[in-house]
Design a protein around this ligand. Sequence first.
Ligand code: NDP
Length: 234
Amino acid sequence: MNRVALVTGGNRGIGLAVARQLAKDGLRVAVTYRSDPPPDDFLAVRCDVRDSASIDRAVAEVREELGPVDVLVANAGITRDRPFLVMTEEEFAEVVDTNLMGAYRVARRVVRDMMRRRTGRIVMISSVAGLVGAAGQANYASSKAGLVGLARSLALELSGRGVTVNVVAPGWIDTDMTSALPEKVTAAIRTQVPLQRQGTAEEVAEVVAFLAGEGAGYVTGAVLPVDGGLSLGR
Ligand code: NDP
């Protein structure tokens, strides 16, 4: 039976590209969405990663429809960018609650099955901001750095159970999240990317799919940048 993947925030952007790539690789794919379901024919379950009860329902539905989750891609995320001094406590907490706590909550609900079955792949979508910091993104960078600590701790805890846990750290990728950035900002980022262009969601998905694949069984606790060299040397 083909493996089962769950991608949070799989209705658009990087999550949708990951879901498509995993489906292409032969996995049975479920995605979560909050407002609009994905355009593709995946099992789509409504879920807000800030709401434990909604994750319980979503994971139970996936389990019932497809079986236990073999591959979790914790992708759902938001930004609320502001200079540190004017960033409110609510804005800080909302981003950490979604990006870091959200990944924790979903992982918590699929890890038991993975441990019991002695197989599993978890890929957390962090960001270059979590590795090198980002002005105006103290909340976002904190949440994304937190994912690295979470993933590496889990990698150690689950290493004896055949479960790998890795992090993908995208750089500047063409999605709704970055299309909102002002031209002044994107022009500045472009000059810093050694490959001199924006990445695509599909390019991130290829790397996630590698880590989710059978061939990556000896890779755990790794942080893999997909950033055109933006974090190179730092
Ligand atoms: P998008 O804004 O295009 O998509 C964000 C996704 O997250 C949507 O599916 C959204 O669902 C979902 N989501 C947000 N909040 C919640 C929530 N509370 N519960 C459930 N789902 C939620 O972003 P990207 O595709 O660009 O980003 C995907 C991931 O990649 C994020 O974690 C982001 O931080 C990370 N990333 C992106 C980079 C980029 O340059 N684009 C760079 C580095 C990292 P809905 O449609 O319902 O709102």
